[in-house]
Design a protein around this ligand. Structure first.
Ligand SMILES: N=C(N)NCCC[C@H](NC(=O)CCC(=O)O)C(=O)O
Length: 427
């Protein structure tokens, strides 16, 4: 069956800001308190989408969740008119308030884990919404993301959208950022690799539980040899790889990983090779873990341009590190399907620890399944132009930390969300 991969990028929301909310995410911590540029951020994300669209790839988007998360604050006991809720929360608990202001839904690699139809028992694409339970600001996304995914992938003949796993640290789940799939091609049955952490007492949280990956595999009906659960190395997490997609990326027959990405790396690679003997398993040498984390080399999108020909879509930060540049040159020159490096500027997102791969959720879909996706979320030139115009008209230019408490900003951001909602309602 002809199956295409669609990248659903998160449209960067109008409240994008740098509040330093993610312990273990080096960029988020080191840029805390800086002034953000939401309009530029959303336009950078859109430019990335446009680059892939212009290369003939299928491109969709997911709308930003409405922030500040007034509903969540109401659930925690703040009451009254919207601005009153926000004022009370900002005064009573500034940290909670900042968490409610995060635009983190832009990183749609954390929206859900996606299991391809060819691997699922019932032949449907399964999307298991991530509970994002480790980080407070991210945990506020799950219920709304579930609703969004149900709206976009409403056709139950082709898609099964699952609710987030039960909340709680025992089942923490960060979605596709900790899942890789290796297969002969997008439409063929493949191997699903679930990468987890586990409390090892390191200085940073380990966000993904093994049980969560096992539950996802069961919910989608993977058979036993279709799933492999491996552990992220403590060294990678300590260096700032808070998700596996900071140190590894896979697409069809290719897996690129930092040699220290996994616990017992040699055994992990050997096990994958045993299950997928025809795959190109590439441990990228010559790049330190620190360089990998700073440049986000592995947080690239590895996309198929045509059968057997792939491109790496990399953040422009890779150009600053000679070791990383040399590694990319070697990868493109070597005998593997990677034929091209495409550099994109997603600097505003990168400064919060979100590279090209974080910004997108991959959904493999047959022609029939694509027909079952709400077309308002599939991009062509016309829809892309309309989104860019909306962003240019409504998204704030800058947000400094103290602006988050400014009622004028709350009104401006609500108006931007309203404009997007009414645009989407037109289809
Ligand atoms: N690797 C993937 N797939 N996603 C990247 C997510 C970045 C996100 N950053 C943030 O949430 C920063 C928000 C702040 O600090 O304000 C996170 O840490 O969860």
């Amino acid at each position: 069956m002809q199956v295409r991969e669609i990248n659903f990028d998160g449209l960067v929301g109008p409240l994008h800001n740098y509040a330093g909310l993610s312990l273990g995410n080096v960029a988020s911590a080191s840029n805390a308190g800086d002034t953000s540029h939401p309009r530029a951020a959303a336009l950078q994300g859109l430019a990335k989408m446009r680059t892939l669209l212009d290369r003939g790839l299928a491109q969709g988007f997911l709308p930003p969740l409405r922030r500040p998360a007034i509903g969540a604050l109401r659930g925690l006991g703040f009451a009254g008119a919207d601005h009153h809720v926000l004022r009370q929360a900002a005064d009573a608990d500034p940290v909670l308030f900042n968490n409610a202001c995060s635009a983190s839904s832009m990183w749609t690699a954390n929206a859900a884990t996606v299991i391809a139809a060819a691997d699922a028992r019932d032949g449907r694409v399964h999307l298991v919404t991530a509970n994002l339970d480790t980080m407070l600001h991210r945990s506020l996304e799950a219920a709304e993301t579930f609703a969004n995914l149900r709206r976009v992938f409403a056709d139950e003949r082709h898609f099964a959208v699952h609710a987030p796993l039960a909340p709680g640290r025992h089942l923490s789940d960060e979605g596709a950022a900790n899942h890789m799939r290796i297969a002969p091609h997008h439409g063929a049955a493949g191997l699903n690799i679930f990468v987890h952490g586990e409390e090892r007492g390191g200085r940073f949280p380990e966000r993904q539980c093994r049980r969560a990956g096992e539950a996802v595999a069961r919910l989608a009906g993977l058979n036993e040899d279709g799933a492999l659960h491996i552990r992220q190395s403590a060294a990678a997490i300590a260096a700032g790889a808070f998700h596996n997609d900071v140190v590894a990326v896979a697409n069809e027959t290719v897996l690129l990983a930092h040699p220290q990405a996994f616990d017992e790396d040699a055994r992990a690679f050997a096990r994958i090779a045993e299950l997928m003997p025809d795959a190109h398993l590439i441990a990228v040498e010559g790049v330190s873990l620190d360089s990998a984390v700073r440049s986000y080399l592995f947080n690239s999108q590895l996309v198929t341009l045509e059968p057997g020909v792939m491109a790496l879509v990399l953040p422009s930060e890779v150009d600053r590190d000679p070791d990383v540049k040399a590694a990319i040159d070697r990868l493109v020159a070597a005998n593997n399907p990677i034929a091209e490096a495409i550099i994109v500027d997603v600097r505003e997102s990168m400064r919060n620890g979100g590279g090209p791969a974080c910004l997108r959720l991959r959904v493999p879909a047959s022609e029939a399944a694509i027909a079952g996706i709400d077309p308002a979320f599939l991009l062509d030139e016309r829809r892309w132009d309309a989104l860019a115009r909306l962003v240019e008209s409504w998204w704030p230019e800058t947000i400094a930390p103290h602006d988050l408490r400014d009622p004028d900003l709350w009104s401006a951001v609500a108006a931007a969300h309203d404009a997007l909602d009414s645009h989407l309602a037109k289809g």
